[in-house]
Structure formats: structure tokens, C-alpha cells
Ligand binder design. Structure first.
Ligand code: ADP
Ligand code: ADP
Ligand code: ZN
Length: 853
């Protein structure tokens, strides 16, 4: 009860007040965040935005929530450590919507994660009409409940008469039926002309004749107990205007066995219940593919329901639908239940936009309307949100594993909208990722709806428009890592512009800008893709200039990744490296001879092991180990470079095998990690740690931020060269030994980029990058542009898929796809220099670009 009092108090507060936040690089800072407002936390990459938003505010909100649960529930939840903070007041239950969490189940789809599919299962159960999959006639039912459902779906005015024996003495069962009908809320019943209360026990006397009328809507169903009625009249629900349903005594077993059967061909049907439409259950799933929908996944052994097998992305390309269910995932009985002639499988195959139209056009009877109103509203809300945030092109049966991080994040947001909560704290991590400026605008509008419903929204974001539109801005900085962790400015957007200490303010105020290049490079050679037609691409042909910086633009779902990754990258890899990747459909690619290397730099994690870090990944640690083994002390003791590796025995701490951490297995509780008590987290044994270079041992070096290491190793050319690149690209704040598992997708991508930059360039290399601005602040974007230009000036070609207008305006050449996402996209809308595209009235990108030039 004490907790509850605290919560009510918290809820009444106007602010979330944070005192003494010290997580990661935060400098014991205080912050005040207005509740029921949209606050954007911005600042350079590595300045501490996520440390404040996610690792402090969200973590504490979550932890308090978990603490309020029973001990029993708690043991199943991840134990969250208390963040480094003195206290936080005014917190609400917190929901974080980031880009990382993906379920790896092959049965997770856009429809299931948004719950749209689950609601549709209930809708199909309630008002779907069963057809026989063999002869096509409507299934008649021997089940009272289902009879009534079938009758109610008839055109109004149809006269229906049901002849049936009352079930003598089995009042319990009879009552069950009645109650089920009553649940729909339309049933009135009379026994022998008298109204009865359906919540009461109905006592029917044995041997006595009763006449029972069940009145549902405008139909009257008469149960007559005339036991002598022998006439069994076949039903033809579809065409007859009087329907007589035979429920004679000899059919009584069927009456309560709740089975359905086709009256023409006699095929029996399972009971219609939501489970029948679930491809996650044995009851509903297609018997061939067990609900996964694809032949190749069957072959790869993903057939079982439990434990949920996880799937790898590569298995999800070039999939062929299951031969039995045609990719619809369900058994044929489930697929033969239709709503306005559409099965649930066909519904799921629709794009969000088409599904919206389908639901909108559904015509309901009054009764149907009442029992489906809530479901329809939930489905509509979610569909319209998905469409509003630029995901109208996604099909509901799209496997969630094939979604990009940004798409998945917006989908989780749609799920939240549907739940229409109030008093919640939403923490979002860069929701603009993958969004065209046009869709960013829409997303922001949706966030304002969430706010107006009485929720607090905190967004970690770099997108200029989002920052400008926020109610409140917290600007972190000034630098990254050790040089960040302070709040530079906390104010309404108008005020940050006047704060001379804030770099963000300077960019917003236009005092600092990323300049538009004076000249665009002129290409001489081209790659030409002819007849690209994978997914939504409309048999397009496009020339991609080489030796310049090309941006591929277009709204989300327009076909950018399909053209550049699925087709171009895979085809070139096959050609140059004889790789086994299978490209998407195209006719021909000309000009491949002009390049001799293709490098794709995406945002997938560097590794899932904590042993991988910037130093190991970029090869810097190898050089440092070599350096340490050359030191006089090492030579005397005969230490080789491997002595300084934490991956092999010799120099590492054997107590933790170089992890620095020890796993404690807790019975019934998740494993806990504690710092190794032998090496105190330093990963090496004492002898190794006795070797010093300029006063630092190998563990000290791994703890150094890259900027510091750059100074420290400035005399060692191969190290300086590699560290320079990392610094140039804005990664100076990362510690050399920071575990790869703590890096964001954007950071991982920039590390990959720097590794490539460190290699000898051939001058004929094609670099392909996907949204490298992820996680980048204005300052960092300038740095990234410098790196790109360096690559291009060496003669290489760079193709970037990007939404950031500062990057797009800096390109030499733009290929704009669209006009929309999904089926309404897949065409080339505009090509040419940014100036050319800005003039094109058809291009959404052009419209936004125009303001930037
Ligand atoms: P931002 O969100 O502004 O990009 P972060 O809050 O992610 O910045 O990072 C701030 C600093 O904290 C950086 O120096 C980063 O390297 C460090 N950091 C982030 N996560 C961790 C972690 N799990 N362990 C150690 N240091 C971390
Ligand atoms: P963009 O990169 O411009 O956001 P994509 O190339 O990812 O667009 O998508 C273009 C179209 O292809 C969209 O309609 C999308 O839903 C569809 N698509 C992309 N990947 C897949 C996939 N693995 N399975 C089915 N459809 C896909
Ligand atoms: Zn140890």
C-alpha cells in the first residue's frame, strides 16, 4: 500500500525529477523533464543521451515496476540493476521502444506483433461464414450456437424456422447453450410464451411439452418439442427464404458434440474458435508446414512449435510458399471460413493499406456491428497508425524477421497505440530511422496523439524537424564519452537557439550549417541495372554513376534496399567473389568490369560475444600486442604477442578465462555476472599486468577512449593511422576495449567503415551503406561526409541509402525511388544532381530537398 501511495503522488507531479545521475559517462547530473509532454534528448553521438534516457530513466521505471511484482513473478524477469542515480521522482510505468528487440520466431508476423491478426481471429470466429472447401456450399451446423450464427448471417428478411427437440432433462447443457447465446447480448428467450431470465436456472420438466422461442435480433427460432416431427429437411441456407433446420432427436449427439459438417458432401469441420485461426497452434496450423508458411523453412527444420526455433536472416530470402497452404499457414478448414468472401489467410496477405480499405468497406448487420464494434476499432486504430507512420505497404503476413530495425520499432509503437494507455512514460530510441522526412512528419503527429492522451514521451533523436517540434529539448554534450555527460541546455526549442554553448542550438539557429557542395562530381563510368523486378520493383532500369557519391532515396518501402542490396550487391558479389548469394530478379547488369571490389557496410551487430570490441575488430589490438611484446621487460621474460591476448591461456586471468566477469549460476534465477575477484575485472594475470608501456599496462590501454589512445600512441604510425580514422568518423569516445554487445547498430556500422578505410583501397571499390547517419548528430554527420568524400576522391564509388537531407544534399547524384511504398512504389521517380531532383515536382524527396539548397 505504501508503494501505491507513492505512485499516486508520482502521477500527480508535473515533472520527472532526476537527481545525481551517474550512469556511464553522466556527470552526476540533475534533470527535470515535463510530464505529458514530448521531450527530445539530443547531442553528439556518445554524449550520454541513451545513458540518461534508457539506462537511467527507463531502467529505473522498469525496475520499480518489477519490484512491485510478487517474488514469484520477479524470478522470471530479468533482474535489473539499480541505475547509478540518487533518486528519480514522478516516474510512471515505463515502456521502451527501441530498435533491437526482435523475436526470432518464424511464426511472428506484422499481423501477430501488432495484435491485428489476433483480433481478426476473434472476428472470424464470431461472424465468419464457413464454406465447404470441397463443394463450396455453406456449412450447416448441427451445433445450436453455430446454427444461430449461420442464420444471422443471412440476408435480413429470410424466414428461419428451426425444428428441434428440447433436450429432455439435460437442462444444464441446454442452459450452457442459452448462456453462450446470451453472451452476445441479443438473446431473449421465452418458454411457453413466458419471458425467462437467462441467468437463472431453467427447469424443464421431463416428459412435458414445452415450446421454447429464442428471439435473436429480428429472427425467431422456435424450438418445438414435438417429438414426432420426423421430417428432416436438408438445409440450403444460401438460397431458400425459409430455412428449416432439422435438429431431431436422433441428431442429438451431434447437437452437443459441437461439430460442423457439410450437408452436401458430409465432410466434418472442427469447431470454430479463435484457435482455429492460429498458425501457432496444432489446431489451426497447416499440417504440412506447421504454420511457418514456407517450403524452405520446412527443409531447414523449423517445423516444430516448441521450443521456438530461431531463424537466421539468410534463410528468409528467396522463400517459396508452402505447397499445401500456399503460404497462408493455416489448415484448409480454417481458410474456408470467410468474411465477405475473404479468408483470414487472404486478409493477412493484404498490405496494411488494402486491409484498411477492406475493413472500411465491410458491411455489417446491426447485430454483427454490436459484437464486432470493439474488435473493428482495435484493428482500425492499429492499421491506420501503421499507415500513418509510413508502413502502409507492409503485408500483415510479412515475417517480422525480414523487417528493418526502424520498421520493427514503428510496428511496436503501433501496438502501443492500440493499447490506448494513459499515464505511461514512453522512451523511444531514434524513431526517425528509416523514415523519409515526409513520414517523419506523420510519425511525429502520432506521437502528439500519444502525448495528448495523457502520456509522457521521451525521444532520443537527431532528426532536425523532430527536435524543432518537441515541447522540450535536453541537449547533452559538449563532446562524447569522457568529454560529454553534461546537460548543456534544457529548454523549449525557441530558447536553445539562443544558447551559445549548445552546438545543437547553433545548427538549429542556422549559425552552423553543413554546407552545400559548390560543385558536383561528373561521372564518367556507369553501372547499369536492367529489368529489376524483385518484390515491388516495376521492371526498372537505372544507370548508377561510378567514381562519385550517389544517394538512393525514397519513402520507406519504395524499393531502395531491394534495388541496392537484394539485386546490385548480391549480383556483384556473385560476379566478383563467386559468392553463393542469390540476387533478386533482374535481367542484366552492365559495367561490372569497372569495379573490382564491393563492400557492403550495414548495421548488423559486430558480434554477440563480449570478447569482441573496437580494438579486436579493427585489428588495433593485434598491433598493440605486438608493441607490448617488443618492450624490454617482455623480451627479458620471453613474452610473445599472445601473452597479451585475453582469448588464449598464457597471459589472461584463468579464473575468468579473460572475461573479467564471472557467471554465477543461480537456481531458479537468471545467471548473474560479477566482476572477477581474482583479476578485479582486468582480464589479465598479474605477470602480464606488470608490463608497462609509457606507464600503462594492457588493461589500462583497453580502458582508454580512442581519442586518448590516439595521443598516447601518436608515435606508432600503424596505430596512429587506424586510430585517426576512428576519431575522424566520430568514434573517439568509445573505449578501445568496450564490449561489442554494448554498441549501437550505427556504431557497429561506423566501426566497419573505419576498418574498410584502414585497408588499402583499390580505387575501384564500390561501397554500399545503409543509413549511416543512424545515431549521428549534426557534428558527426559533417565528419561522416568527410570520410565519404575521402573515399570518393581516391576514385572509389559510394552508394548510400539515406533519408537525412544534409547527406542527400551533399551527394553528387541522387536516384529517387517511389512514388510510394509497396506496390505503389518500385519506380524511378527522379535522377540527377540534388538541384535536378529538387526541381522535380513528382518527387517527395525533391520537395524537402528544395528547402535545403
Ligand atoms: P549517446 O546515446 O549520446 O550516443 P551513450 O549514452 O550511448 O551516448 O554513451 C555515453 C557514453 O557511455 C559513451 O562513452 C559510451 O561509450 C558509454 N557507454 C554506453 N553504454 C555503455 C556500457 N554498457 N558500458 C560502458 N560504457 C557504455
Ligand atoms: P525501402 O528500402 O525503400 O524501404 P524495400 O526495398 O525494403 O524498401 O521494400 C520494397 C518492397 O518490397 C516493400 O513493399 C516491401 O514490403 C517488400 N519487401 C522487402 N523485403 C521483403 C521480403 N523479405 N519479403 C517480402 N517482401 C519484401
Ligand atoms: Zn579474472
Amino acid at each position: 500500500t505504501e508503494d501505491k501511495g507513492q505512485n499516486t503522488e508520482d502521477r500527480m507531479q508535473e515533472y520527472i525529477v532526476i537527481k545525481g545521475a551517474r550512469e556511464h559517462n553522466l556527470k552526476n547530473i540533475d534533470a527535470t523533464i515535463p510530464r505529458d509532454k514530448i521531450t527530445v534528448i539530443t547531442g553528439p553521438s556518445g554524449s550520454g543521451k541513451s545513458s540518461l534516457a534508457m539506462d537511467t530513466i527507463y531502467a529505473e521505471g522498469q525496475r520499480r515496476y518489477v519490484e512491485s511484482l510478487s517474488a514469484y513473478a520477479r524470478q522470471f524477469l530479468e533482474q535489473m540493476q539499480k541505475p547509478e542515480v540518487d533518486y528519480i521522482e514522478g516516474l510512471s510505468p515505463a515502456i521502451a521502444i527501441d530498435q533491437k528487440t526482435v523475436t526470432r520466431s518464424p511464426r511472428s508476423t506484422v499481423g501477430t506483433i501488432t495484435e491485428i491478426y489476433n483480433y481478426m481471429r476473434v472476428l472470424y470466429t464470431r461472424i465468419g461464414i464457413p464454406y465447404c472447401y470441397q463443394c463450396g456450399s455453406i456449412i450447416t451446423t448441427q451445433d445450436l450456437h453455430n446454427i444461430i450464427r449461420a442464420i444471422l448471417s443471412l440476408p435480413s428478411g429470410t424466414r428461419v424456422q428451426v425444428l428441434a427437440p428440447i433436450v429432455k432433462g439435460r437442462k444444464g447443457e441446454y442452459k450452457k447453450e442459452l448462456q453462450q447465446m446470451r453472451m452476445d447480448g441479443f438473446v431473449r428467450a421465452r418458454i411457453d410464451g413466458e419471458m425467462i431470465d437467462l441467468t437463472q436456472d431453467i427447469s424443464l420438466k421431463k416428459q412435458q411439452r414445452h415450446t421454447i422461442e429464442i428471439v435473436i435480433d429480428r429472427f425467431i427460432i422456435k424450438h418445438s418439442i414435438e417429438r414426432q416431427i420426423k421430417q428432416a429437411i436438408d438445409t440450403s441456407l444460401k438460397y431458400a427464404d425459409t430455412v428449416v433446420i432439422n435438429l431431431l432427436d436422433e441428431n442429438r449427439d451431434i447437437l452437443f458434440s459441437r461439430t460442423l459438417a457439410c450437408s452436401k458432401c458430409g465432410i466434418s469441420y472442427p469447431e470454430i474458435e479463435p484457435m482455429l485461426f492460429s498458425f501457432n497452434s496444432k489446431y489451426g496450423a497447416c499440417p504440412r508446414c506447421n504454420g511457418i508458411g514456407f517450403e524452405n523453412l520446412i527443409e531447414k527444420g523449423h517445423l516444430f512449435f516448441s521450443p521456438q526455433p530461431s531463424i537466421i536472416e539468410e534463410e528468409l530470402t528467396h522463400m517459396t510458399p508452402c505447397k499445401e497452404c500456399n503460404g497462408m499457414r493455416l489448415r484448409k478448414e480454417a481458410l474456408s471460413i470467410k468474411l465477405h468472401n475473404v479468408s483470414i489467410g487472404e486478409f493477412a496477405a493484404m498490405s496494411v493499406r488494402d486491409a484498411e480499405k477492406f475493413i472500411h468497406d465491410l458491411k455489417f448487420s446491426e447485430r454483427e456491428m454490436i459484437i464486432s464494434k470493439r474488435i473493428i476499432k482495435e484493428v482500425k486504430d492499429r492499421l491506420s497508425f501503421l499507415d500513418k507512420v509510413g508502413l502502409g505497404y507492409l503485408t500483415l503476413n510479412r515475417p517480422s524477421l525480414t523487417l528493418s530495425g526502424g520498421e520493427a520499432q514503428r510496428i511496436r509503437l503501433a501496438t502501443q497505440i492500440g493499447s490506448s494507455l494513459t499515464g505511461v512514460l514512453y522512451v523511444l530510441d531514434e524513431p526517425s530511422i528509416g523514415l523519409h522526412p515526409r513520414d517523419c512528419e506523420k510519425l511525429f503527429k502520432s506521437l502528439t496523439h500519444i502525448r495528448d492522451a495523457g502520456n509522457t514521451v521521451i525521444i532520443v533523436e537527431h532528426d532536425e524537424e523532430t527536435i524543432r517540434n518537441a515541447d522540450y529539448i535536453i541537449d547533452m554534450g559538449p563532446g562524447a564519452g569522457k568529454n560529454g555527460g553534461w546537460i548543456i541546455s534544457a529548454s523549449a526549442p525557441v530558447d536553445i537557439i539562443n544558447n551559445t554553448a549548445s552546438i545543437t542550438g547553433k545548427y538549429l539557429g542556422g549559425y552552423l550549417t553543413i554546407p552545400v557542395p559548390k560543385k558536383r562530381r561528373k561521372p564518367e563510368k556507369f553501372l547499369k541495372i536492367i529489368g529489376a523486378s524483385e518484390f515491388n520493383l516495376k521492371n526498372i532500369s537505372v544507370s548508377i554513376p561510378l567514381g562519385v557519391f550517389v544517394c538512393v532515396t525514397g519513402v520507406s518501402g519504395s524499393g531502395k534496399s531491394t534495388l541496392i542490396f537484394e539485386i546490385l550487391y548480391k549480383a556483384i558479389s556473385r560476379h566478383i567473389y563467386k559468392s553463393k548469394l542469390i540476387p533478386g530478379r533482374y535481367k542484366k547488369i552492365e559495367g561490372i568490369e569497372n569495379i573490382d571490389k564491393v563492400i557492403c557496410i550495414d548495421q548488423s551487430p559486430l558480434g554477440r560475444t563480449p570478447r569482441s570490441n573496437p580494438a579486436t575488430y579493427t585489428g588495433i589490438l593485434g598491433i598493440i600486442r605486438e608493441l607490448f611484446s617488443q618492450l624490454p621487460d617482455s623480451r627479458i621474460r620471453g613474452y610473445k604477442p599472445s601473452r597479451f591476448s585475453f582469448n588464449v591461456a598464457g597471459g589472461r586471468c584463468e579464473a575468468c578465462q579473460g572475461d573479467g566477469l564471472k557467471k554465477i549460476e543461480m537456481h531458479f534465477l537468471p545467471d548473474a555476472y560479477v566482476t572477477c575477484d581474482v583479476c578485479k575485472g582486468k582480464r589479465y594475470n598479474k605477470e602480464t599486468l606488470d608490463i608497462y608501456y609509457k606507464g600503462k599496462n594492457i588493461s589500462d590501454v583497453l580502458e582508454m577512449p580512442i581519442s586518448e589512445a590516439l595521443e598516447f600512441f601518436s608515435a606508432i604510425p600503424p596505430l596512429k593511422q587506424r586510430l585517426d580514422i576512428l576519431e575522424d568518423i566520430g568514434m573517439g569516445y568509445l573505449k578501445l576495449g568496450q564490449s561489442a554487445t554494448t554498441l549501437s547498430g550505427g556504431e557497429a556500422q561506423r566501426l566497419r567503415l573505419s576498418k574498410e578505410l584502414g585497408k588499402k583501397a583499390t580505387g575501384n571499390t564500390l561501397y554500399i551503406l545503409d543509413e549511416p547517419t543512424t545515431g549521428l548528430h549534426f557534428v558527426d554527420i559533417q565528419r561522416l561526409l568527410n570520410v565519404i568524400n575521402k573515399l570518393v576522391d581516391m576514385g572509389n564509388s559510394v552508394i548510400i541509402i539515406e533519408h537525412d537531407l544534409d547527406i542527400i544534399k551533399s551527394a553528387d547524384y541522387i536516384i529517387d525511388l517511389g512514388p510510394e511504398g509497396g506496390d505503389n512504389g518500385g519506380k524511378i521517380v527522379a535522377t540527377g544532381t540534388p538541384e535536378d531532383v529538387a526541381k522535380n515536382k513528382e518527387s517527395y524527396t525533391g520537395r524537402y530537398l528544395d528547402k535545403k539548397l
